[in-house]
Design a protein around this ligand. Structure first.
Ligand SMILES: Nc1ncnc2c1ncn2[C@@H]1O[C@H](COP(=O)(O)OP(=O)(O)O)[C@@H](O)[C@H]1O
Ligand SMILES: [Mg+2]
Length: 332
């Protein structure tokens, strides 16, 4: 059933509208909203029919569009979302993770520009479109290992490690090579983490929620969502806990946390991100490199249960508080 939107909705009570394209990822959020009695509507923008001449409903609009939508058959959902967010923003609707956030979600190049602006280290990255230029990029790294990845990615699309140029040539010219949906491949310095882990820092409403450490000793961590842990074909994270997620309760007080958190919050403020996760990796000299920002964030329930925290509950209550503001304004 498409979202068919007409003026008949105008008199509806204000609600939180969840904008997304993947029903598998909305269940935990809907449950958290139900648990605290926040009214919401499911706006799956893979399937829409919206009359742009009508007024948007009253409420809070939370954009969770994903950069990897094309891998679920929803190739044009981000383009549709950009237009719908413009329609909402043009009518002064309160949008969480608006158009600017969407641009950043679907381009690592845009993420890296924002990270650098805030003074965060990003691994050296060369961008290229043609096979020839991707191969040529290898020479920029002084023979050190590199990893390739898609500019529009999520869930580790196109992530592969190369220690030599011939191996890269074989991959790029071979059948396994899968170009990014936007045509841009990143060739990036491979950061070898002596601890074999990456850290993902979660924010809701630009406030730090927690940092989760992810064991990468068996390969690359790709996605923390519970649904991905069950479905190897979606996300490559094994059901047998191949990638252990652990919340680091001391991160915000640590020297590293104190250095990184305010800079990440700067990125959020400048780029209009309200809900986001930043991933970083620390090299053998202890230098942290941030390499990914996720605006469509998912949480690992095993790690959360052990730590006694639920980011989804924090998110639901944040959405509820924004909705309460709208209701107060409407009544005033
Ligand atoms: N420069 C890097 N050095 C080492 N490992 C990396 C690097 N970039 C990415 N990885 C690994 O690959 C995973 C996926 O890469 P990422 O940039 O997060 O792409 P995606 O947007 O698809 O999640 C990361 O979580 C990390 O484990
Ligand atoms: Mg990532």
């Amino acid at each position: 059933m498409p979202i068919t939107y007409t003026n008949a909705h105008v008199n509806e009570v204000p609600a939180v509208y969840i904008i997304h394209e993947n029903a598998d990822w909305t269940g935990p959020l809907f449950a958290a909203l139900d648990a605290i009695g926040v009214a919401y509507h499911d706006w799956n923008l893979a399937n829409v029919n919206i009359d742009l001449s009508k007024n948007a409903p009253a409420g809070v609009f939370y954009n969770r569009m994903s950069a990897s939508s094309h891998t679920r058959g929803n190739r044009f959902a981000p383009e549709m979302t950009a237009g719908v967010l413009a329609w909402l923003e043009g009518q002064g609707r309160f949008v969480i993770n608006g158009r600017q956030a969407l641009h950043l979600e679907i381009s690592k190049m845009i993420q890296y520009a924002a990270l650098r602006h805030a003074g965060l280290n990003v691994p050296q990255t060369v961008v290229a479109i043609t096979a020839e230029d991707i191969i040529e990029a290898f020479s920029s790294f002084g023979g050190k290992p590199i990893i390739t990845k898609h500019n529009r990615a999520g869930k580790g699309l196109g992530v592969a490690l190369f220690r030599s140029k011939p191996a890269l040539v074989e991959y790029v010219n071979g059948e396994d090579f899968d170009p990014s949906v936007d045509g841009i491949t990143l060739v990036q310095r491979y950061i070898a983490s002596p601890e074999q882990l990456i850290t993902r820092v979660e924010f809701v409403g630009r406030k730090f929620v927690y940092a989760v450490r992810v064991d990468t000793s068996n390969g690359f961590e790709l996605c923390p969502a519970d649904v991905c842990a069950l479905d190897a074909s979606t996300c490559m994270a094994d059901a047998d806990q191949r990638f252990a997620f652990d919340i680091d309760g001391s991160f915000s007080k640590s020297a590293l946390g104190q250095l990184l958190i305010p800079k990440m919050q700067d990125v959020m403020a400048r780029e209009g991100l309200d809900v986001a996760a930043f991933e970083f990796i620390t090299d053998e000299d202890g230098v942290p490199y941030v390499y990914d920002i996720n605006t469509n964030t998912n949480y690992n329930s095993d790690a959360e249960q052990r730590a006694g925290i639920s980011a989804m509950a924090v998110l639901a209550s944040y959405l509820g508080s924004k909705l309460a503001n709208i209701e107060v304004k409407a009544a005033a």
